[in-house]
Ligand binder design. Structure first.
Ligand SMILES: [Zn+2]
Length: 406
């Protein structure tokens, strides 16, 4: 039951108010007991009992809620650096996919990797994320694409989630039609609906069902069938929508009341309206825009329409091979014209909403999980603007320290 004192800026990021209102407290203190926050506020107002608790000194640094990376493809075999070079030389994402590269090549490497190899890689990535202040990671399957291999990835996530860092598992069997089904794609949709979704649901292996709606992946109608089947099995819908072309993904997300619609680089005005009406979180993935040289998500009109915009990495070996969420926040500002405060809320409380945990994590207030990061910066603006390799000096998840700078 420690109290962290001498906090220069405490950014509480409460769910109320506009997206750029981060509810700052100057000269703050934060008390937690076990896994839960007990008290947050100005140190001068620290109630009597907490003054007796063991004190720790934040050194005047900033404290933020633990970052929530609400969109990653955490578990995959191999890398695709060669495609990075091909794209620099002019090949498009869709051309590379059509030539057998892209997601299909990662599926082959992931299926071939052993359980131990995949676990070790994921643990390495998660430790790297912890050093950056990330306490919750949404993790998608989607590099298995058979019943056996999708279950294997989701069971790995269950094992990885036994530590203090939270893993939120999402079934993404509808990532791409696997090569062996290319001539009979309807059979694959049937496999997802009749076998994979029921098996994942009965084992309690995922919270969400995601689908990639794109010319190279699934049509709106196929995604509607898959996501509706997922919902019937208790898996809330999420979508990869309107990334490479505007194809009605946002409209479908609104229609289904999806928890989030992710990417949205080519979202239409009608799509923005559908997200607002459906209460859907828009998840921006600026690394994908950066690496693919594609236009960024139009965050300003989304926010102006009242759609909350989360910021995530999309960590994957193709279009977003970095898990540096603070860098993604900086890109959300420079490429999407979000303010640093909007980017911080986008990577905390709004990202928490995008994974259905907005009442447990993502903000600093009593009763929530003791997930926070100590950032060596004097303000959110200074942190996001200066962007050092890593300004995070300490990360606490569920009340346990998971990173401290040497
Ligand atoms: Zn993705």
């Amino acid at each position: 039951m420690p109290v962290l004192r001498n906090i220069g800026v405490l950014a509480r990021c409460l769910p109320t108010g506009p997206q750029d209102l981060i509810h700052e407290v100057r000269n703050g203190a934060l008390a937690w007991e076990g896994e839960a926050i007990r008290w947050v506020g100005p140190e001068a107002e620290l109630p009597g009992p907490y003054r007796e608790w063991p004190a720790e000194d934040a050194g005047g640094r900033m404290v933020i809620p633990g970052l929530v990376d609400c969109h990653t493809h955490l578990c995959f075999g191999g890398w695709r650096a060669e495609e990075f070079v091909q794209r620099l030389q002019g090949a498009s994402y869709l051309e590379i996919a059509a030539a057998g590269g892209g997601i299909a090549s990662t599926v082959a490497k992931t299926r071939a990797a052993s359980r131990e190899q995949l676990l070790a890689r994921c643990r390495g990535h998660l430790a790297g994320m912890a050093r950056l202040g990330v306490t919750t990671v949404e993790a998608k399957s989607g590099y298995g694409l058979t019943l056996e291999h999708e279950l294997r990835l989701l069971r790995l996530y269950r094992e990885l989630g036994e530590g203090s860092q939270r893993i939120v598992p999402t079934l993404l069997a509808a990532h791409v039609v696997p090569a062996e089904y290319r001539e009979r794609r309807d059979d694959y949709v049937t496999l997802v609906i009749d076998e994979i979704i029921p098996a994942v649901s009965s084992e309690g292996l995922a919270r969400f069902c995601d689908a990639f709606v794109e010319e190279s992946a699934f049509t709106v109608e196929e995604a509607r069938r898959i996501l509706s089947a997922g919902a019937r099995h208790g898996l809330r819908p999420k979508l990869h929508a309107d990334q490479l072309s505007g194809c009605g993904g946002a409209e479908l997300a609104g229609e289904l009341g999806a928890v989030s619609a992710d990417h949205l680089e080519h979202v239409s005005t009608d799509g923005i309206g559908a997200l607002a009406v459906g209460g859907v979180v828009a998840v921006s993935l600026p690394f994908a825009s950066l690496y693919l040289g594609a236009p960024p998500m139009p965050a300003r009109p989304l926010i102006d329409f009242g759609v909350p915009v989360a910021v995530a990495t999309d960590f994957n070996p193709g279009s977003a091979p970095s898990y540096h969420l603070p860098f993604a926040m900086t890109l959300a500002c420079t490429m999407q014209r979000m303010t640093p405060g909007e980017a911080l809320k986008g990577a905390t409380i709004i990202a928490a909403k995008a994974v259905g945990l907005e009442n447990e994590i993502g903000a600093l207030e009593p009763g929530r999980s003791a997930d926070f990061a100590v950032i060596d910066a004097e303000s959110v603006e200074q942190w996001v603007y200066h962007l050092t390799a890593n300004a995070c000096v300490r990360t606490v998840a569920r009340g346990h320290e998971i990173w401290r700078a040497p």
